[in-house]
Design a protein around this ligand. Sequence first.
Ligand code: NAG
Ligand code: NAG
Ligand code: NAG
Ligand code: NAG
Ligand code: NAG
Ligand code: NAG
Length: 419
Amino acid sequence: MLYVNYHKSASWLSVCLVLLMWFLYREALLHPSFVNNKAKFESIHDEASQLNEQPWLINMTRHRYELMDEYAQETVETTNSTFKWILLWNKYPDGRDFRIGAGHHRLRDSGCPVWQCETTLDRTKIRQADAVVFHLRSWRKNDLPKQRSPHQRYIFWSRESPVWRHRLYDTELMAHFFNWTMTYRWDSDVVGPYGYVKPIANVPLHPSDDHMKLFLSNPTGVVNYAEGKTKMAAWLVSNCNAKSSRKEMVTKLQQYVDVDVYGKCGTMSCSKDQAKVCKELATKKYKFYMALENSLCLDYVTEKFFDTLQYPVIPVVFGYHDNYEKIAPRHSFINAAKFENVKQLADYLMLLDKNDTLYNQYFWWKPYFKVRDSTDDQALGFCHLCAALHNKTLIPKVYHNLTTWWDTESKCAISPRIV
Ligand SMILES: *[C@@H]1O[C@H](CO)[C@@H](O)[C@H](O)[C@H]1NC(C)=O
Ligand SMILES: *[C@@H]1O[C@H](CO)[C@@H](O)[C@H](O)[C@H]1NC(C)=O
Ligand SMILES: *[C@@H]1O[C@H](CO)[C@@H](O)[C@H](O)[C@H]1NC(C)=O
Ligand SMILES: *[C@@H]1O[C@H](CO)[C@@H](O)[C@H](O)[C@H]1NC(C)=O
Ligand SMILES: *[C@@H]1O[C@H](CO)[C@@H](O)[C@H](O)[C@H]1NC(C)=O
Ligand SMILES: *[C@@H]1O[C@H](CO)[C@@H](O)[C@H](O)[C@H]1NC(C)=O
């Protein structure tokens, strides 16, 4: 009896311990402080003064643009393959039909190499559908297809991060439901990033330290990117309530350097339909542009970044999980998360502001790379979906626990403390 009781309490104790450890782990995962991340990031701090070769990064970045190249060159086994049907099940909020559009020739018009798939919004096509794409945010348990055949693939599609989950949907209800994921995350079955960077010359995204020193000491162009710039940093923003602490960071940065905030959350105005013009003007006048996302999740890098790279300005990002290091050339952006605190970031920006040589080094990559973020580039995910539907060798797959894949493995940092 005593023996049994002892065991009982021991197992209770271990359950409590496990729960406590899980809780601490979760807290650490969800609320990392600016400082705690420093140690992790220190080894890949990428300032010209202390370059570090990162073989895994070289591999990973190469894999990424090569994957997009593969998507752009896929083939179908037979030229007379019959069309596949892709049913876009629910509504995408901005009304643009999942950003691909519906129709017989949509994929061909988007430049897909395999385009023999018809996209449709017509739910009566459910029986023919080879794939049914569900937009995460408007997925509802009581609004799903009534019948399902085993050959059909149900696709989980999202362009947003998981940070906004609790108000809108519950991935627990999506257990054993989806076959493939289709998101900006690079470990999705069908990868659909907001953009990517592709070398157009014989140079990797992450050249070795020695190569980098050479690149940085031999500016290729005659362009002086600092010329005519009279202002420090600009930020165009419309959503003030993000969970990425971006507003807190900018506010703190403003204690040391001028950051002009345009839009609803700031003091400078720029009408929403003029955003492109504003940005173009801003990137001519300002040395730095704050390219800050609304959430800090694995691979969540949106047009804010890719668009900024196209301009003659240095993007300042707040990057967890080495999101930016994995997709952009070395020394093409400044990652605020790599600094010990905002003061040090400010000091670094001021150093670049005072020294045109250092400032211009951030543009070394311009002749060697191309930023790919056009509408057609963004359609590559759908291109690949079509090619995959035509691929007879792919075996069945099911996401038994989508919460794990999406909510947990996205490793979102929620409102980290800014120091
Ligand atoms: C890079 O990739 C190659 C080929 O896939 C592999 O052999 C090598 O071990 C990888 N290196 C690192 C550092 O991951
Ligand atoms: C494609 O055409 C070939 C030769 O005409 C035929 O044997 C084959 O069955 C066709 N395939 C499909 C999927 O229609
Ligand atoms: C600017 O930085 C470069 C490269 O580090 C250095 O050689 C140069 O002396 C600096 N110029 C000034 C004015 O500090
Ligand atoms: C089908 O998918 C497999 C596994 O991803 C791939 O190796 C193969 O090249 C694909 N076949 C075609 C015709 O695309
Ligand atoms: C898709 O998922 C369903 C539900 O889990 C499963 O029954 C079916 O075999 C899967 N089909 C494919 C082609 O992966
Ligand atoms: C899915 O995994 C999460 C942890 O990642 C767990 O909390 C949840 O209970 C699991 N759901 C199902 C349906 O198994």
